[in-house]
Design a protein around this ligand. Structure first.
Ligand code: CO
Length: 508
């Protein structure tokens, strides 16, 4: 959002959702497939070439033992390869050490961070604090490696052609055993930004920037910058006061920005085997959210600003303009509590705070923060043109609820024009359920919205998933192609697109 115009809000009445429809997207997918997609409505663009990789929990149970929360489900990667107007689908579970062991044992052997317990009650779970690296949150192709990510542990490397698991990857020695690499790397597109006056305006070449957190009474954030060959360019660590639950961060040419949500962690119920670690987080509504601004050069001091109490999982983007830093984030009034994590199937949406898009304006000289709500409709999973990551931008795409107020499953896609304040909405309610949109620029396109949005939707009518392609210039027209998969893919988390083609050379 370059300069904010007062946003127009699209009003849509709520729609009644069949709960079985919604829950049917939470069935385990135990099978692994590889096939050319032959049920296609519309036309796949001939110049769309590359692979959409997507990660998410593939199993909602371990051989009949249900997980307490979808975030505890084993990571399963889907790869949809596009070339010449055709598409090929493949999915594989990440063969983590825990996945292999549990499938062999036929029962859970690990406790999940989100409350899944081993069979056997308290005695089996007390004082067992070993983490299950479930590799289920994101998947990226960078430096010649396909990596499945989970924020509290090392990445798993996969073969981009077959999705075969090659093993835990230490990024050529950047990470040490037991180290972490967050599930939310940002790719700096690598062009000088004239709006960033105090440095060169960003690196000249693309870079992958990521972090890890070592939590404790004070928390240590380590930042990594890798060049396009995967070589480490920069690494520096900073201790910040207090416990920090950091899922994501935002990037500008000069800064990495973190939101330290006002949550505290009581480890006792976790250690005693009563709760999962994430269930022990408590939101403190009287404490400010702290905004941690770390200079990317690692030389200048870290600055900490304060804003109203809120909870942020995901940032949409950040940029520098007129000597200020702007951060656009999906904000919740409070932590969407996991107290009822064991009953995620019975969740009462009216009791869960909705995520809304806010813009925060940081004045690093005056140490002040202003904030404004940009999208009040419940929304999550923001995306934008990759060339505008960390730079001023005009268009944001985000999954949203069908209704303009209240919380509900995400069933629509919203396009926000930060220049005019206009919004476009495309809804798949009542029987479609939205996934994260991924923006893919059209080769040789010049406009910021000249590209496609790829979305893996769950279609409850078919009890299967659809890969949907929209023209980002006008999402109200609906899809230009719908690729009907032969099966469902459970509701997922994050994915990415690479213009490198990995897929079968010829029809199988
Ligand atoms: Co995330």
């Amino acid at each position: 959002m370059q300069t904010l115009q007062s946003p127009t809000s699209l009003s849509t009445a709520s729609v009644s959702i069949d709960r079985d429809d919604w829950l049917s997207g939470y069935r385990s997918q135990t099978q692994e497939f590889t096939y050319w997609i032959d049920q296609i409505e519309g036309q796949i663009p001939l110049d769309l070439e590359g692979v959409l990789f997507r990660n998410g929990p593939g199993l909602l149970d371990v051989q009949g033992h249900p997980v307490s929360h979808p975030f505890d489900g084993d990571g399963m990667i889907s790869a949809i390869a596009f070339r010449g107007g055709r598409a090929h689908y493949c999915n594989r579970f990440v063969r983590t050490q825990a996945y292999v062991a549990e499938q062999k044992a036929g029962k859970p052997l690990y406790r999940g961070v989100f409350g899944t317990q081993k069979p056997g009650g308290l005695l089996a779970n007390a004082f067992d604090i070993k983490l299950k690296n479930i590799a289920n949150t994101h998947v990226i192709y960078w430096g010649g490696k396909l990596l499945a990510l989970w924020e509290a542990a090392e990445p798993h490397r996969l073969d981009p052609n077959t999705l075969e698991t090659l093993g835990v990857d230490y990024l050529d020695g950047v990470l040490k055993p037991g180290g972490a690499f967050s599930a939310h790397p940002r790719i700096d597109p690598g062009w000088a930004c004239p709006d960033s006056p105090d440095r060169e305006g960003g690196p000249a070449q693309p870079r992958l920037v990521n972090f890890s957190v070592k939590p404790g009474l004070s928390s240590t954030i380590t930042l990594y910058e890798l060049d396009s060959t995967g070589q480490l360019v920069h690494q520096h660590s900073h201790a910040i006061p207090g416990f920090a639950f950091l899922h994501d961060f935002a990037l500008t040419p000069n800064y990495c920005v973190f939101f330290q949500n006002p949550v505290s962690f009581n480890p006792l119920p976790y250690a005693l085997g009563l709760k999962g670690a994430a269930e022990c987080l408590q939101f403190n509504p009287n404490q400010p959210t702290r905004i941690i601004v770390i200079p990317r050069d690692g030389k200048r001091p870290v600055q900490i600003l304060e804003t109203q109490p809120c909870f942020v999982f995901h940032h949409a983007n950040a940029f520098e303009h007129d000597g200020k830093v702007y951060v656009d984030s999906v904000c919740y009034r409070s932590f969407p509590s996991l107290e009822d994590a064991k009953n995620y199937r019975e969740v009462d949406f009216s009791k869960v705070p909705e995520g809304q898009l806010w813009q925060f304006t940081l004045d690093l000289t005056a140490k002040t923060v202003e904030s404004e709500c940009v999208v009040s409709r419940c929304c999550e999973f923001p995306t934008l043109h990759p060339d505008h990551v960390g730079r001023p931008y005009r268009y944001l795409y985000i999954a949203a609820t069908h209704a303009s107020t209240g919380n509900a499953p995400l069933q629509a896609l919203l396009k926000v024009d930060g220049l005019t304040g206009e919004q476009q909405l495309w809804s798949v309610a009542p029987r479609g359920f939205m996934g994260e949109p991924i923006f893919v620029p059209r080769p040789n396109g010049t406009e910021e919205d000249d590209g496609w949005l790829l979305i893996l939707l769950y279609n409850a009518e078919r009890r299967c998933s659809d890969l949907t392609i929209l023209d980002a210039r006008n999402i109200e027209k609906g899809p230009i192609a719908r690729l009907l998969l032969n099966h469902h893919v459970p509701y997922g988390l994050h994915g990415s697109f690479t213009p490198n083609y990995f897929g079968p050379a010829e029809e199988l």
